[in-house]
Design a binder for this molecule. Structure first.
Ligand code: ASP
Length: 539
């Protein structure tokens, strides 16, 4: 069976099992409660009056012992960390508390902030989560060496500074224009449909309360983020090894590109051995990508099991209008902007293009990380569309770092949605401010899950809407992140084929039967030949 078919099956299995057997799934009994805000507490007496239950401070999950109608009797078990926290906070009775100690108390059943979940579902997530994390770790492991090695080799083989300048300006130019197109689509749709008007006052109050804590975390992350000028100056690494070690993608790109340029200045064939070694190491990285991808079907199943099993249907229903506007915007941007660029600019059939990118799109969707997907995106454009590595190794890492059309579009819709709820609407100047600030915010967002949410704070602040409004959209962020990441990756790949065509490359789709037949092209059978020992010359 083909790899993408296996990944698709893995995704379907993960989603279906998650919806059925996840913590908020339909099948397992909801025998636990989660206190989603700090203002509900486990109380000592069943009339919920008086003091909180002893040693209940900071406890957010408990098992239901008895349903007393309006009130639930719950039990929780102290972990080692709970005991330490209680002692640190000098809570009464903490000195006598022991790990494993079981306690009981009461919570209101009708409070929205007391959410029921299945303890079995949570246990199943904990049991399977490692498979998804293992897969993610394996492909992320390749990102830094792959970007570094392939970019040095790519730039060195350009052999011409002017060509590099042309490549750079065309790439950044396209990124800019496509981001503006994405934002125009998002902002227009949000103004026409007005999703903010569809949210009921009850839902608004519930969302604000239940997600206030998470929104607070995002706000403090945003406050820590460096400003635009700092990011620009910080692109030059003072210590390239540190840049590689910490995975600072922009710094790695700058260093690798400059090293590649420097190599072309060396006399005679002095650069050749270095480029050769890097080239072969790069080939080995590609084999590692294939190794990681053989785990993909299981990895995506585990990742999606968790997402499908923990996103509550109530949040989804409340925000349905907003979610549909985001999804419609993303679909329009894919169809219109990328469709036209592919058809008229790159002279490629957009449908076949999506088919050629399928492995990357599936991984982007399941991992919600364009930077983790980068190795797969690179394999897809090179193997399935015949883009040369010298173009893809330049455009793709840059794209995965700064070009996020899906994120920009989403931020445009989210900002208008939140503004419609808080202030009723925005004037033209504020809408233009959204376009400007969301362009910068999407550049600043890292290619990791939920990054767009952090930089959305920038956009909200720019238009003077309270940043706590983030709480309104947080509940379904993980879900929408999957779609916008797939769009981000498509945008990077579209830029790559367009630039390749402008550079005069001869692009063609890899025929699926050729892929299936040969272990030397495409995704199929690359590892089937098995390992063979490396022969080393002995002096
Ligand atoms: N998850 C997105 C990406 O990796 C970024 C975001 O919008 O949160 O491309």
């Amino acid at each position: 069976m083909k790899l993408h078919t296996r990944i698709l099956i893995g995704m379907a299995v993960g989603v279906i099992l998650g919806l059925l057997f996840g913590p908020t799934g339909f099948v397992l009994p909801k025998d636990g409660v989660e206190l989603v805000t700090d203002d509900v507490q486990i109380m000592a007496s069943a009339d919920l009056q008086g003091a909180p239950a002893p040693l209940s401070k900071g406890v957010s999950q408990a098992v239901i012992v008895q349903d007393l109608g309006e009130v639930l009797e719950v039990r929780w078990t102290l972990s080692q960390t709970d005991v330490l926290k209680l002692q640190k906070d000098k809570v009464e009775g903490a000195k006598e508390a022991r790990p494993g100690q079981q306690l009981t108390g009461y919570v209101p059943d009708s409070d929205d902030a007391v959410e029921r979940y299945s303890t079995w579902g949570t246990w199943l997530v904990a049991l399977t989560e490692w498979v998804g994390r293992l897969f993610l770790a394996l492909i992320k492991m390749v990102v830094v060496p792959l970007v570094f090695l392939s970019l040095v080799v790519g730039v060195a083989s350009l052999g011409d500074l002017r060509a590099l300048g042309r490549l750079g300006s065309r790439t950044l130019g396209f990124f800019f224009v496509s981001t503006i197109c994405a934002l125009t689509i998002g902002v227009t749709l949000a103004n026409v449909v007005q999703p903010g008007k569809l949210l009921t006052a009850d839902d608004k109050a519930r969302l604000l309360r239940n997600f206030a804590k998470e929104a607070g975390d995002k706000l403090s992350d945003a406050a820590d983020a460096p400003g635009f000028v700092d990011t620009l100056v910080g692109m030059i690494p003072t210590n390239p090894i540190e840049a590689l070690a910490s995975g600072d993608m922009l710094q790695i790109i700058v260093f690798a590109a400059l090293l590649g340029v420097a190599l072309t200045f060396l006399k005679g064939d002095r650069a050749a051995p270095v480029v050769d070694v890097f080239d072969r190491l790069n080939d080995a990285m590609v084999m590692l990508v294939h190794l990681a991808m053989s785990l993909a079907p299981y990895g995506v199943a585990a990742l999606l099991f968790k997402v499908a099993g923990t996103t509550g249907p109530t949040v989804l229903l409340a925000l349905l209008g907003y979610a549909l506007v985001v999804l419609a915007g993303l679909a329009l941007h894919m169809g219109l902007t990328y469709g036209l660029v592919l058809w008229f600019g790159a002279k490629l059939n957009p449908i076949r293009f999506l088919g050629a990118m399928r492995e990357a799109l599936l991984v982007a969707f399941s991992t919600s990380s364009s930077s983790a997907t980068l190795p797969v995106t690179k394999e897809c454009v090179e193997q399935n569309i015949h883009v040369s590595p010298k173009i893809s190794s330049f455009v793709l890492p840059l794209g995965a770092t700064v070009n996020m059309d899906g994120t920009a579009l989403y931020q445009g819709v989210a900002a208008i949605f939140i503004a419609q709820i808080y202030t009723g609407g925005l004037d033209l100047m504020q809408q233009l401010t959204i376009v400007g600030s969301a362009t910068l915010a999407s550049v600043g967002a890292a290619g990791v899950p939920g990054a767009g949410m952090i930089t959305l704070v920038m956009v909200l602040t720019a238009i003077g809407v309270p940043a706590e409004g983030l709480a309104l959209v947080l509940g379904i962020d993980r879900l929408l992140d999957m779609f916008r990441t797939a769009v981000n990756v498509t945008g990077d790949a579209t830029a790559t084929v367009l630039i390749a065509r402008l550079e005069g490359e001869n692009l063609q789709f890899l025929d699926p039967s050729a892929d299936a037949a040969s272990p030397d092209v495409g995704f199929e059978h690359r590892l089937d030949r098995g390992p063979h020992p490396v022969e080393v010359d002995e002096e």
